[in-house]
Design a protein around this ligand. Structure first.
Ligand code: ARG
Ligand code: ZN
Length: 462
């Protein structure tokens, strides 16, 4: 075999010499243009993993213009002749790789970078990108829109599964988590909120720069930028900074403010069930722009659309988004088809909170949900258009409850706490969860979870 390969190699070299082929294969390749996740074609890239994003952005609400300087520190996972970042709707002025000017071109939402020197595998490198323009959300017929949206008083960058690439160059897929150091410069008097620990602000020449540091790996869709007129409150909770902000357009003593004020109490309740809170800051942001019809578990500081507080205070949505800090943010999906691992647990956390708060029991919520569940739709691999559907949220929560009733409370909460501890800061799949649960319970659980997650008929009720 070895002999044969040597002959084949010699023959190939001969052919190349004879034909004078210039494409001598030295193993350097272009990194893939996406992460290979069929739910988000084009999103993410291959050939490297990002460790850190250092973002310096300036946003002027008078012109909707954003200018940015991003430093991306990454490590190659292959020999690269070139690689991509995702950037949608903004124009790149210059790119440097390890300080040297690099060739670049933009092809739709792909920024294609050819460094002056090719990159060996396993090598750390930095990419500096200077860019700017008027950001616009990206719209997807099935999933709605996501990304930086100009508002009456500023802007909100928010979205799932895609948002980040509308305001910075990014490997835009949850499988590549990274730390962030974000500075946002806005006109004096406006707030500029983001993820993580507040690192103060400085003003000069009519502009104020707010700095935020998220030192625990974060999936790109969990980044946010909220600029505008906000009542910002900074405090300390359980020894960590807590920043809550309520849009000035919402009443100071209204239901949004009252709901956000429960953040500490809700987070403590969830920590009593799931184990230690996984990040080093807390908070929440209530926005007034009703074009945003959802809340999102942006890391350490969820963003809530105004609709949740229309008919009074709402503890459930707070519990939902804060539960995601464990399920989704700390332990993240590796591919979007497993999104029930986020939404099923966050919905179940609403049921736990409701029971704790003196409302319906989790068992009652499960019974009500069981009666209306459409068993023809699976929780796992729900399809792109089903990403935020009941099969993911509600059927997913039912599967969590079924697990609890089957293994008992003690084992159930040991599974949950152990899972988020073991996978903290990383990524996981449905199979990983099933295998982990079976290990803790010391019994087969796949048949049960398959029946509740993907079976096409109603499972035996609980
Ligand atoms: N993950 C969010 C939540 O469950 C929902 C986001 C909905 N996104 C959307 N584009 N509609 O809290
Ligand atoms: Zn959710």
């Amino acid at each position: 075999m070895r002999q044969l390969r040597r002959y084949a190699g010699a023959a190939l070299v001969t052919v190349l010499l004879l034909t004078g082929c210039p494409a001598r294969d030295d193993g350097y390749r272009a990194g893939a243009a996406d992460a290979g996740d069929p739910y988000v074609p084009g999103s993410g890239n291959g050939g490297y993993n990002v460790g850190d994003y250092r973002l310096r952005v300036r946003y002027d609400p008078a012109t909707d213009r954003l200018t940015g300087q991003a430093t991306v520190t990454a490590t190659t996972t292959a020999k690269l002749s070139r690689f991509n970042l995702d950037l949608a709707g903004l124009t790149v002025d210059s790119v440097r790789v390890d300080g040297a000017d690099a060739r670049h071109r933009q092809d739709g939402a792909e920024l294609v970078i050819t460094p002056a020197h090719r990159l060996d595998s396993g090598r750390r490198f930095t990419v500096d990108v200077a860019y700017g323009g008027v950001p616009a959300p990206v719209t997807d017929g099935q999933l709605g829109s996501g990304g930086l949206l100009a508002t009456a008083d500023g802007a909100v960058a928010l979205g799932q599964p895609v948002s980040a690439s509308t305001w910075f160059p990014v490997n835009d897929h949850p499988s590549d988590k990274a730390t962030y150091d974000i500075e946002v410069t806005v006109p004096d008097g406006l707030a500029a909120l983001s993820n993580g620990v507040p690192k103060g602000r400085t003003s000069t020449g009519g502009w104020t720069t707010w700095r935020w540091v998220e030192a625990t790996p974060m999936a790109s869709y969990l980044t946010t930028l909220v600029i505008g007129d906000y009542r910002v409150e900074t405090s300390t909770h359980a020894g960590k900074p807590m920043v809550t902000a309520v849009a000035a357009a919402l009443p100071a003593d209204g239901p949004a403010a009252a709901s956000l004020a429960r953040t500490g109490a809700v987070v403590d309740f969830l920590a009593s069930r799931f184990g230690p809170y996984p990040f080093d800051s807390y908070g929440g942001i209530a926005i007034a722009d009703d074009r945003i019809r959802y809340a999102l578990e942006t890391q350490s500081r969820p963003v809530y659309g105004p609709g949740f507080f229309r008919s009074g205070a709402n503890g459930n949505v707070i519990a939902h988004e804060l539960a995601h800090q464990w399920f989704g943010d700390s332990v993240s999906v590796a591919r979007w088809s497993d999104i029930w691992l986020n939404e099923g647990f966050a919905t179940y956390a609403e049921w736990l909170w409701e029971e704790h708060d003196g409302g319906r029991t989790a068992q009652r919520n499960a019974e009500l949900q069981y009666a209306v569940t459409d068993w023809s739709r699976p929780s796992v691999d729900p399809g792109r258009s089903g990403l935020f559907g009941d099969a993911v949220y509600k059927r997913g929560a039912l599967a969590v409850h079924a697990l609890r009733r089957t293994v008992g409370d003690d084992t159930f909460f040991r599974i949950l706490r152990g899972w988020v501890a073991e996978r903290r800061g990383g990524n996981a799949t449905t199979d990983d969860f099933v295998a982990y649960a079976e290990g803790v319970a010391d019994r087969p659980l796949k048949p049960l979870l398959d029946a509740w997650l993907i079976g096409t008929g109603a499972p035996t009720p609980l």
